[in-house]
Every structure is written in C-alpha cells, then in structure tokens.
Ligand binder design. Structure first.
Ligand code: LLP
Length: 421
C-alpha cells in the first residue's frame, strides 16, 4: 500500500497534486511519501513485537537526510555499508549504538571512524577483516563488538546480481567454516563476539529461502553456544521483496516474515535485528518525468522522457520493471497503445520499457514511475552531465525539497584544473 493515488483525476502524493510539485521544482524529480515510509517501517517493527528487536533500516536503499530523520524519529536503527553512510546516519541524529556496520570490504579508516564515533556492531565478512578490526580496536584501546556474517548457501531465487547467499557469492564466510572462525574471533584481543549475521539477497518474493537460512542460523547458534560463545544477537539481514506491478504479484508481508522469524529463531532468546531497505522505501517513492517528444519509429513509437538511465538505472541494470502511469488520470476505457519508453542519454541501454501499454501521451505531459523510492536516487549519477535530480518529501498537505538540483556551474566547478593547464 502507498500514498500515491488519483484524486479528482490527478495523481497526488498524499494530499499534494504532483503537478504542483512539478511546477515548483521542475522535472524530473523524486517524490517520497512520509506516510508510506512510516507505515512500512512500522509494519516491520510491529511484526517483531514481543521479541527484543531493532529494525535497522538499510540506508543504501534511500539515504537522504530527511528520510533518515523520519525513520530515526520512529525508532529505527541503521544498517550502513560505508564510512559515508555511517556519517550520514550520525548526521541524521542516529546514535552509534543503533548503527550496524555491514559490507564485505570495510577499510581500516572506516573501522576507526565507527569505533571512535560509536557503533552497535560490525558484521564481519572474512577472517582478514576480523584480524584488521581487532588490530584497529586494540590500537584505539577498545573492543569491537561483532557478528560474523555467514553464507548459508541457499538459493534466494532472485535476480543474479542481487543474490548474496550462495557459495559462489562474495559475501560472508561459508557456514561450514563458521566454528573455526568463531574460535579464532574468541582469541582476538580487540574483538567481542556477540552474535551471528546473515543476509541472502534482495527482492525475495518467497519466504522459503529465509526459512532455510534462518534454520541454519538456529542450528549454528546452538553449536556455537555449546562451544562457549555467548551468542545473544541475530542479525537477519534484509531482502523482503515488494510488488513492482499492481497486477498479480503478492510477495509475503512483513507480518508473515515476522511470524517466520519467531517460529525459526524465537526459542533461542536472542535479540533480533533486521535490515530492510527496499520494503521500507521502495513504494514510498516515485520518479516524476515529463514527455519531451513522441517519436514515430519503425513499427513502434518512442516516448522520450526527460528522465534517463542516470536518474533511475534499475531497468538498464537489472531489467527491472517499474510501472509507469500518467499523472493525469486517463479517461475510463481509453485505448492503450504500446510505447518504447526511453530517456535522452546517448546509448540504447537508456530504455525504461519496451512495448509498454499506455494511454496516448503527448509532449509536456507528466508520467510517474512507481516503486522508485529504493535504489533510485541513491544509484543515480551525472552521466552525460545531467544534474542529479531533486528529491522532494511530502507530508500531508506539505512538501519540501530535500535535495536541490545542482546548477550547471555547481557541477562544473567541482572539477579543478591543474596549474600546468
Ligand atoms: N543488508 C545487507 C547486508 C544488504 O546487502 C542489503 C542489500 C540489505 C540489507 C537490504 O536489502 P533490501 O531489504 O533492500 O532488499 N540495487 C539493487 C539492490 C541491491 C541490494 C543490496 N543489498 C536493486 O536496485 O534492486
């Protein structure tokens, strides 16, 4: 469920007509709904009610300060994967003890930053990383709390580029080696083992892979406890998928996911962390774009938009589907025609959709890409020297620009000319 609905024939974000925002900020732009963000965060929080838990929003999905602050105000922790994300979380007012640090290649500088600023735990992904972390912690006179991310070798049944839980993926340590790694961890002076971490992939549309992974984590918890490790926290990663089409997709709900966690891991008495990103932000954001031209091709019409692959790369990168809808509601029964929906960037990969059935559209009309709140703005670039597009947050009848479009001068002046030129 989201808060982007037609009202009086015009698409609104909560109580604001999108045309009003387009008028104020120009197109293209990202627009987020506070009500949807809040609703989705709360669904997870409530799904784990009764268990000691913390929902650590995976801020890689959408990391604008205003979004982080909205979620932090609801009690969210954060899952960060870089020094930059760590600083963003702190800047949004999230205390270190609510930040978990994930990622396969944390540098010593990043470790230092987090140990000095405060951190809930590092999710360690390899022995060399664990040794480096121990050294850094010892050099600072502190002890680093860790979980070890285990790779359970289960098939997440998702797109190959976003599956992480198979043995061929670079993530975590093979679960078969876990006991040896925990034994080494226990002996390292700068490390305190507190739990286990697992994350098997993103956009999972079934619960079964989670069940398999979590059962393996339950078994491992008991084995490690038997060997004397104080396993008291389980970080279960993110990955619950969202419906990208309005039609027949029905991925499991956070309540079902919560019930699965309770069933597979509830008896262990551990504190539970989850790291959802997409389900919190995905359907809480849309991308609004204007039709520049409609070009007649051979056997097809091209809808040329002012948004491009640099603004929303998911279709080009993962063949991802995003519903595209006109901002002005089509009259009932209007005949749809197929369009190839493309952007102005100079490569054929800059195609959002082929043969997409849409009502007739003309120059100057607005369209919205649904489900663009997660991995949209954060993955955008200035390719073709196209400015990063504004982000707007709506709250009831109010809206605010939460990231402004840079001017051409701002973009150009980020470059510096060597003195010999
Ligand atoms: N935790 C870890 C360790 C992760 O690597 C990820 C996502 C998450 C949590 C959040 O997963 P989510 O709940 O959002 O599925 N750019 C891709 C998705 C990449 C996901 C990377 N890791 C896309 O646009 O589909």
């Amino acid at each position: 469920m989201d808060h982007f609905l037609y009202r009086d024939g015009v698409l609104h974000a909560e109580d604001v007509p999108l045309a009003e925002i387009a008028e104020a900020v120009g197109t293209p732009f990202y627009c987020y709904s506070t009500a949807t963000l809040t609703r989705h965060f709360r669904l997870f929080d409530e799904a784990l009610e009764g268990m000691d838990h913390l929902v650590c929003y995976a801020m890689k999905a959408a990391s604008n300060q205003a979004i982080l602050r909205t979620l932090a105000g609801l009690g969210a922790g954060m899952d960060v994967v870089s020094g930059g994300e760590y600083m963003r979380a702190l800047a949004a007012g999230v205390p270190g003890e609510r930040i978990v640090f994930s990622g396969v290649g944390k540098t010593r500088d990043e470790m230092r930053l987090a140990l000095e600023g405060g951190i809930r735990q590092f999710n360690v992904e390899s022995e060399p990383e664990m040794r480096a972390l121990s050294e850094v912690a010892v050099s600072l006179g502190v002890v680093a709390p860790i979980t070890v991310r285990v790779n359970p070798d289960v098939d997440a049944k998702t797109h190959a580029k976003i599956a992480t839980g198979k043995s061929e993926n670079k993530f975590g340590i093979p679960i078969s080696r876990a006991r040896a790694v925990y034994a080494e961890a226990a002996a390292l002076p700068g490390i305190e083992v507190i739990g286990i971490d697992v994350h098997i992939g993103s956009q999972l549309t079934e619960l079964e892979p989670f069940r398999q992974a979590y059962q393996k984590v339950a078994d491992l918890t008991e084995e490690l406890r038997a060997e004397g490790h104080d396993i008291r926290r389980l970080d279960l990663g993110g990955g619950l998928g969202i419906p990208y089409t309005r039609s027949n997709e029905a991925p499991p709900l956070p309540t079902d996911y919560g019930a699965l966690i309770r069933e597979t891991l509830g008896h262990l008495g551990c504190e539970i962390e989850i790291e959802p990103g997409r389900l919190v932000a995905g359907n809480a954001g849309i991308l609004v774009s204007e039709v520049i031209y409609v070009k007649e091709g051979e056997g097809r019409d091209f809808l040329i938009l002012d948004a491009a692959m640099n603004d929303l790369i998911r279709p080009a990168m993962y063949d991802a589907h995003h519903d595209i809808i006109p901002v002005v509601e089509p009259a009932p029964g209007v005949e749809q025609t197929p369009y190839d929906v493309v952007g102005p960037v100079c490569e054929s990969g800059d195609t959002f959709a082929r043969g997409r059935m849409l009502p007739p559209l003309a120059e100057g009309e607005l369209v919205a890409f649904r489900s663009a709140g997660a991995y949209g703005a954060v993955m955008s670039s200035e390719y073709n020297t196209r400015p990063l597009i504004p982000e707007v947050l709506v709250n009831g009848r109010e809206f605010a620009v939460i990231r402004a479009r840079p001017t051409f001068d701002e973009m150009i002046n980020r470059d510096t000319i060597p003195e010999w030129l």
